[in-house]
Design a protein around this ligand. Structure first.
Ligand code: ATP
Ligand code: MG
Length: 654
């Protein structure tokens, strides 16, 4: 794999002046300061995290041992004697001092139907609902499945579980009844929290109906709490089903927090399923909360008064961290967005930014690519001057898409923070610091505090110690929010993350480190394409294709070839008003990377297979091209199943 990513001169984007001259200044305001703090965090993690844990969290009982255990047995613990409650950290400590501060801004599906909720109100709502759960028998350690639309009650449900020390397992409300059932059974949930219906993009989602279908084969579920989002009536099965609004009326708006051990699980959550069957990972209360509170403060440069707009769903790890736990633990104001980036028009995001004066805006590359396809006129007319930090995560953000985001949304005066991490890492692994890091578009730059990166040779497993390196991204020592296990399957946890390379956490992503020490995520190790001995990453080829002005989306895969070992096939979705020749795209790749990388085949398509969180599922494309459509694998997380047959036909006839 080439180390220089693409054959283009990168414009190094310095820290925007607007951030440097700001008062208050960024929490980390020079690269030297970042390096100093980072080195401290690696050399002396115990002191570094111990200090931050006392500074950023409120403990009921102090911890004595910061870190113990390790990767050999998968017995990592952080703050093991410490006791705390996550909802106390998110709510009470702020509500006591600042009860009228807005904690949540609910931006409903229809632009004029939202509302704001203060810390006092949120604490009351969470306590009332925690008392409801308690009255129905929920106890510390129970796993509660949450399947909710993006209404404030979803956040309330998470926090009410946390208040009781119950473990929430949020399932994204776009999943089918089969996927939901599997997750309820996998977690042995006795309690489910849901809504009668959901609203998204002007459409009704029949949430309760999906729950009822799922529960036909879940005899263990004793109680279903149903929030009434719409006026429609839905089938109700007493005594199993109870109405949220009936129940909360019976309860007092205070509920003492259940004090839990730092290592008690706060939640379980399933990975996106891009590469196979999703894994239900478990996160520990103390370490998780510390990592996300620190992420928000340092990586997104959170300051008092900021309005944090994370446009994802609570059902994903990003939503847990940056809609609920990160902003609220910091005492901030978070946005909860029920709709889509294009409802009622492709200007929706920018109307929200202007209306609520969002300071940090967070979305995923899939949404940026979509809005870029619609064109900048939907962005240009809006007042985005409140924005300071604009954020992307979930997939590689290819340089061209990065430049569009920076220029059109950030207006060249915001810090663009591409952050790389995984559901399992619980928090950010690589990201720039807004006040400190000069950025090369497409690189997630440098590691966060405490993340000790090693690049391993995929064949030998040896660490590559030169500055310039290509290989597998691994992590050498535990950080606070690392997932502690896969629920009910510790052996799978060890086999997936800790056994492949002894002494390291294995991410399964490929990475490059350039001569300046910047890290470049190449895509999944299993997706690396080997053409006549040249190792090529999927993201490298896709970035080249996205440099062409006609390309809206692209996916690259490796296909077996007798001559070259493998050759490159690509799927390209063009912008609607563009018509081009295949040769134009092939030359784009030849010029950007080299002749060996030239795609053997380019399929023009209108859509790509994506997970429900919007990630391209390359494994599906590969199975289709390889003709192995009868062994296509787990498709439960595929958002657009109809695409499979369309692509099979397309490939067959080209
Ligand atoms: P599964 O593990 O079930 O196959 P998944 O890996 O997509 O699904 P997530 O935990 O949601 O599940 O995603 C983490 C992965 O997403 C990373 O391992 C990486 O491949 C990709 N990713 C996330 N953020 C970035 C980013 N900023 N740049 C590049 N890749 C990213
Ligand atoms: Mg993964």
């Amino acid at each position: 794999m080439s180390t220089d990513h693409l054959n283009i001169e990168f414009k190094l984007h310095p820290v925007p002046n607007r951030l440097l001259t700001r008062n208050p200044p960024p929490h980390v305001n020079s690269i030297e300061q970042y390096k100093k703090l980072y080195e401290e965090s690696i050399k002396n993690p115990t002191e570094f995290w111990g200090k931050l844990a006392n500074e950023l969290l409120t403990w009921h009982t102090p911890f004595k041992t910061v870190l113990s255990g390790g990767f050999e047995y998968g017995d990592v613990t952080w703050f093991r004697e410490g006791q705390l409650n996550a909802s106390y950290n998110c709510l009470d400590r702020h509500a006591i001092i600042n009860p009228d501060k807005v904690a949540l801004i609910y931006e409903a599906d229809e632009p004029d139907q939202g509302r704001k909720i203060t810390y006092r109100e949120l604490l009351h709502d969470v306590c009332r609902f925690a008392n409801v759960l308690k009255a129905h028998g929920v106890r510390k350690g129970d796993i509660i499945t949450i399947y909710m639309p993006m209404v404030p009650e979803a956040a309330i449900a998470l926090l009410a579980c946390a208040r009781l020390g119950a473990v929430h397992s949020v399932v994204f409300a776009g999943f089918s009844s089969d996927s939901l059932r599997n997750r309820i059974l996998d977690a042995s949930s006795k309690f489910v929290i849901t809504a009668n219906e959901g609203r998204r993009g002007g459409k009704t989602i029949h949430t309760k109906k999906i729950i009822d279908e799922a529960l036909t084969e879940c005899p263990g579920v004793k109680r279903v709490f149903v929030f009434r989002r719409t006026d429609s009536s839905v089938p109700f099965s007493s005594p199993r089903d109870v109405w949220w609004h009936d129940e909360i009326e019976k309860q007092r708006p205070y509920c003492p927090p259940e004090i839990v051990n730092a290592e008690d699980p706060l939640f379980m959550i399933y990975t996106s399923g891009s590469t196979g069957k999703p894994k239900g990972v478990l996160h520990a209360t103390g370490g998780y909360l510390l990592s996300v509170v620190a992420n928000l403060k340092y990586v997104f440069d959170y300051h008092e008064g900021d309005i944090f707009g994370c446009m994802t769903d609570i059902g994903w790890a990003v939503g847990h961290n940056f809609i609920v736990y990160g902003p609220l633990t910091n005492g901030g104001t978070a946005l909860l967005f029920e709709s889509t980036p294009i409802y009622p028009t492709p200007s929706r995001y920018w109307e929200i930014v202007a209306k609520h004066k969002i300071t940090q805006f967070f979305t995923a590359p899939t949404a940026i690519r979509l809005l870029r396809k619609f064109g900048r006129e939907y962005v240009d007319s809006h007042d985005l001057s409140s924005l300071r930090v604009i954020i992307s995560a979930g997939e590689p953000i290819n340089p061209d898409v990065w430049e569009w985001y920076n220029e059109v949304v950030g207006r060249n005066v915001c810090s663009v923070v591409d952050n790389y991490w995984q559901t399992e890492t619980g928090s950010i692994i690589l990201a720039p610091f807004p006040g400190a890091t000069a950025i090369k578009p497409g690189s997630a730059t440098f590691p966060f505090f405490g993340i000790d990166i090693a690049i391993l040779d995929p064949e030998t497993g040896e660490e590559i110690k030169t500055t310039e390196a290509e290989g597998i991204l691994a992590i050498r020592q535990p950080w606070p929010s690392i997932a502690r296990t896969i629920y009910n399957d510790h052996n799978r946890y060890l086999n997936t993350y800790l056994r492949p390379y002894k002494g390291y956490y294995f991410t399964s992503d490929g990475v490059g480190r350039d001569r300046d020490g910047y890290y470049w995520i190449r895509g999944r190790v299993d997706d690396v394409i080997n053409v006549s001995g040249h190792r090529l990453s999927t993201s490298e080829i896709e970035s080249a294709l996205l440099m062409h002005p006609a390309t809206a989306e692209a996916a690259a895969i490796g296909v077996d070839s007798e001559l070259k070992g493998q050759c490159v096939h690509t799927f390209v979705n063009l912008k609607s008003d563009h018509d081009i020749e295949i040769d134009d795209l092939v030359s784009q790749v030849r010029e950007s990377i080299g002749p060996f990388a030239a795609p053997e085949k380019i399929y023009f398509v209108n859509d790509l297979p994506k997970t429900r969180s919007g990630k391209i599922m390359r494994r599906v494309l590969k199975k289709i091209v390889d003709g192995q459509t009868d062994s296509i694998g787990d498709l439960s997380t595929l958002a657009n199943p109809e695409i499979v047959n369309i692509l099979i036909e397309k490939v067959k006839h080209s």
